[in-house]
Design a binder for this molecule. Structure first.
Ligand code: AMP
Length: 173
């Protein structure tokens, strides 16, 4: 695990002052770290009933698609407004400053589908919470919410009460 942690680069004050950005590109470009991260995440869900994995653009897509492939389940993209070509369901949610909106194809999830939600990093938890609500709007059941990195000091977990959460790497300040 230490090896994986070393592959996550801290960029102070990016994209704005006060944010310690966790850059996962060194992990992605190192073949063995990339593979190990996917296998460790997949291991956690090997015996779980998952029908599809949902992830959000853009960094979530990279590891999320690989994780779906490794688990042998379908991949469902959640995107920023105007990017998905078919009929969409959407949800808006509050950010630290302002608001954001995300969309999913209405036919991506059927009632009762068992959905695993993935994102690369959980910070405040707002994005993951919005994805879970979007999944539930379509009748899906969120069977797990997982992350490569959890920024524990931002307490994003508090927004995901009631969900089964797994993060591979927990980082403090
Ligand atoms: P959240 O605050 O949990 O809604 O995070 C919003 C999105 O921005 C997530 O998809 C994260 O991947 C990304 N994000 C937020 N904070 C960071 C950070 N410090 N380093 C890297 N990615 C971040």
């Amino acid at each position: 695990m230490d090896r994986l942690i070393q592959k996550i680069r801290n960029i102070p004050d990016f994209p704005k002052k006060g944010v310690a950005f966790k850059d996962i590109t060194p992990l992605l470009q190192d073949a063995s770290s990339f593979k190990r991260a996917i296998l460790l995440l997949a291991e956690h869900y090997r015996n779980s009933k998952v029908s599809s994995l949902v992830s959000v653009e853009s960094r979530g897509f990279i590891l999320g698609a690989a994780l779906a492939y490794e688990l042998g389940v379908g991949f469902i993209p959640v995107r920023k407004p105007g990017k998905l070509p078919y009929k969409v369901e959407r949800i808006s949610y509050n950010l630290e400053y302002g608001e954001d909106t995300i969309e999913i194809h209405t036919d991506a999830i059927k009632k009762g589908d068992e959905i695993l939600v993935f994102d690369d990093v959980i910070a405040t938890g707002g994005t993951a919470q919005a994805i879970c609500r979007l999944v539930e709007k379509l009748g899906g059941v969120v069977v797990g919410v997982c992350f490569l990195v959890e920024l524990t000091y931002l307490k994003g977990r508090d927004k995901l009460k009631g969900y089964d959460i797994f993060s591979l790497i927990k980082l403090g300040k």
